[in-house]
Design a protein around this ligand. Structure first.
Ligand code: DX5
Ligand code: ZN
Length: 230
């Protein structure tokens, strides 16, 4: 079972520092074990990466696996769709336990409609941007989004190197959020580790996704704990 997603007030949001370990880097043969480890850890969400082999050059997992994950997960499922035509599957992702559903800007012809459809299902609506996509393109949907996910690697694989230009985009997005008096969360995904996590929080990021850094460490729960202390 999952708990309610708590979206914090803007003035205290950046102090919260949410951690969302990416299950893409979990041991798929021991998913229940890894999910229970996250349940007991100080992590805040489960980050769940769905890849279709079309929008990105990789295929991960789909609804049956997410449904199985949700049976054991005691924290919100933050589902990141790296798929074309996400509108087709919004109800299905709700049914398999997604609380936050993030679609890619580059995959949505009618993004405003897609965000409305996600919220109509009772989920929080997120939009993700590839490294080449300017944050300014979100200006006219900022009032509709609960979360903006800035990709800090090209999506498709875990364990890639962080792209430094991400900091420039975060600064722009923080400014846009302030000027629009909006209250969406800013999430960064890809290549997050001990060399950039603190700087990312200081730059105004609310949620850090970490796959390889958490699951590739000797003690994932301790790694999560160290990120919460940043
Ligand atoms: C990449 C995924 C990420 C991935 C991050 O396309 O969206 O969520 O799991 O993995 P790391 O933290 O290893 O870069
Ligand atoms: Zn992701």
């Amino acid at each position: 079972m999952v708990t309610n997603v708590v979206f914090l007030q803007p003035q205290i949001r950046s102090m919260k520092k949410l951690i969302a370990p990416s299950l893409l880097s979990a041991d798929f043969a021991n998913l229940q074990r890894d999910i229970e480890m996250i349940n007991k850890s100080e992590a805040d969400w489960f980050h769940v990466d769905v890849m279709d082999g079309v929008f990105v050059p990789n295929i991960s997992f789909g609804m049956p696996v997410i449904k199985a994950m949700s049976k054991h997960a005691q924290k919100p499922l933050d589902v990141h769709l790296m798929i074309v035509e996400p509108d087709k599957y919004i109800k299905e992702f709700k049914a398999c336990g997604a609380e936050i559903l993030t679609v890619h800007y580059e995959a949505c012809t009618h993004l405003h409609r897609t965000l409305q459809a996600i919220k109509a299902e009772g989920m929080k609506a997120g939009v993700a941007l590839n490294p080449h996509t300017p944050v300014s393109l979100l200006t006219d949907v900022l009032a509709e989004v609960d979360l903006v996910l800035i990709m800090s690697v090209n999506p498709g694989f875990g364990g890639q190197r962080f792209i430094e230009n991400t900091f420039h985009k975060i600064q722009q997005l923080v400014d846009m959020r302030k000027h629009a008096a909006a209250d969406f969360l800013i999430e960064v995904d890809g290549g997050v580790n001990e060399t950039n996590a603190h700087r990312l929080f200081m730059a105004g990021v609310d949620v850090l996704v970490a796959g390889n850094y958490v699951f590739g460490s000797d003690n994932p729960a301790a790694t999560i704990q160290s990120m919460k202390k940043l």
